[in-house]
Design a protein around this ligand. Structure first.
Ligand SMILES: *Cc1c(COP(=O)(O)O)cnc(C)c1O
Length: 388
């Protein structure tokens, strides 16, 4: 058997390795608490489950969906964007369902990059921003997110030649893994930069609904001129506890949406219509209270984790969005991997080493808030005992 060379270019998916390590420890009888993976522990809201139950009994949902998606799903997405972000979208030309943001982000690489092209990728960032370009023979160019710049890339530091060769730029706010929210004026600078270098901006909006302290996350598409240079990938996975369902949308620039559609018609056969109908329920105002109570739960957990970390001398800033706490590795460890290894061995707690999200993540670790309160409390107590 001879796998393709392109597969050799990418490192093994970090979480796949982590899952194997956890399984080994648990098999050996160790009580491992995983704060590694960002996968909501709470069930999908009942109104979404009920909409799905009803939808699967309708034979019309059993056939091939179209890649354009159901009209009622596209209309629900547009209503949501209007209500939530004050963004007007044409449901005929500017919206298309995706089988999760991961599918969309990968396939956008295939749709827009030729071998040798560059894609600008936030570092640290979601692994597909680098794995996607690699798999299609293009080159990811990392844009470091530094704390002193509020975890946004310094666009002025991007080399002219690199900018000219770049065709895509991947951004994500509220940000995984740093928990940062977008600073005032940054999206405006992105639009200007993308215009100057003819770059398609892909804003990965996986966390806009998970916010705290009264913060409201904007859509990139609400920025003046954004629709001329960009698209947004909105995922229902995290905000609606629907990671297993695979439901997302690609919205914005009509030409880019059409290109993505053209590619998809050759690759998959669209999003299960019953899932689209469940998505309609999730995006309706009826789900707002569910989102609010989930945010209240995560806020409590965030405070619990941040206070515990501060108690053991880790300087951490509570995030205004996402399900992650991003914290600096305590002194005395050579790398984020060494610290996380130490914590796993000594406390049986799984943390994500920052370096797995890119070189700029070195020196940091990530805690996911998607673990039930008692277990999260137990985990931070173990960390405290380890530090003492
Ligand atoms: C979880 C996550 C995704 C994947 O979302 P799906 O819709 O479940 O594929 C994409 N981007 C970021 C930043 C994420 O954290």
């Amino acid at each position: 058997m001879r796998p393709s060379k392109r597969l050799e270019r990418i490192p093994p998916y970090a979480f796949a390795q982590l899952e194997r390590r956890i399984a080994e420890k648990r098999a050996a009888g160790v009580d491992v608490i995983s704060l590694g993976i960002g996968d909501p522990d709470r069930p999908t809201p009942p109104l979404v489950v009920e909409a799905m139950q009803e939808a699967v009994t309708e034979p019309e949902t059993h056939r091939y969906p179209t890649n354009r998606g159901r009209a009622d799903f596209r209309a629900a997405v547009c209503d949501f964007y209007e209500r939530r972000f004050d963004v007007a979208l044409d449901p005929e030309r500017e919206v298309i369902p995706a089988i999760g943001a991961k599918e969309a982000i990968f396939n956008l690489n295939l749709a827009f990059l030729d071998p040798g092209d560059y894609a600008l990728a936030a570092d640290p960032g979601y692994p597909v921003y680098t794995g996607g370009p690699w798999l299609v023979g293009a080159e990811p160019v990392l844009m470091a997110l530094q704390p002193e710049h509020g975890f946004v890339p310094d666009l002025g530091a991007i080399d002219e030649d690199v900018a000219r060769r770049a065709k895509l730029m991947f951004l994500n706010y509220p940000n995984n893994p740093t928990g940062a929210v977008v600073p005032e004026g940054f999206f405006e600078r992105v639009v200007e930069f993308a215009r100057a270098y003819e770059i398609l901006v892909v804003h990965d909006n996986a966390y806009s609904e998970i916010v705290y302290d009264g913060y409201r996350a904007p859509s990139f598409l609400a920025t003046p001129g954004a629709k001329e240079v960009g698209i947004e990938v909105f995922s229902l996975s995290k905000g609606y506890n629907m990671t297993g369902w695979r439901c997302a949308v690609v919205l914005g620039n009509a030409e880019a949406v059409a290109t993505y559609w053209q590619l998809k018609t050759n690759i998959d056969s669209g999003l299960f219509e019953a899932v689209q109908l469940a998505g309609v329920a999730a995006l309706s105002p009826d789900a707002d209270s569910e989102v609010a109570s989930m945010n209240e739960l995560y806020r409590r957990r965030r405070d619990l984790v941040c206070e515990a970390l501060q108690g053991i001398g880790v300087q951490v800033r509570p995030p205004h969005g996402t399900i992650y706490v991003w914290a600096p590795v305590p002194e005395g460890f050579d790398s984020s991997a060494a610290y996380c290894e130490h914590v796993l061995e000594q406390a049986a707690v799984v943390l994500s080493p920052g370096a797995i999200y890119g070189p700029a993540g070195e020196g940091w670790f990530r805690i996911s808030l998607t673990t039930p309160d008692e277990r999260l409390l137990e985990a931070v107590q173990r960390l405290g005992a380890l530090a003492a």
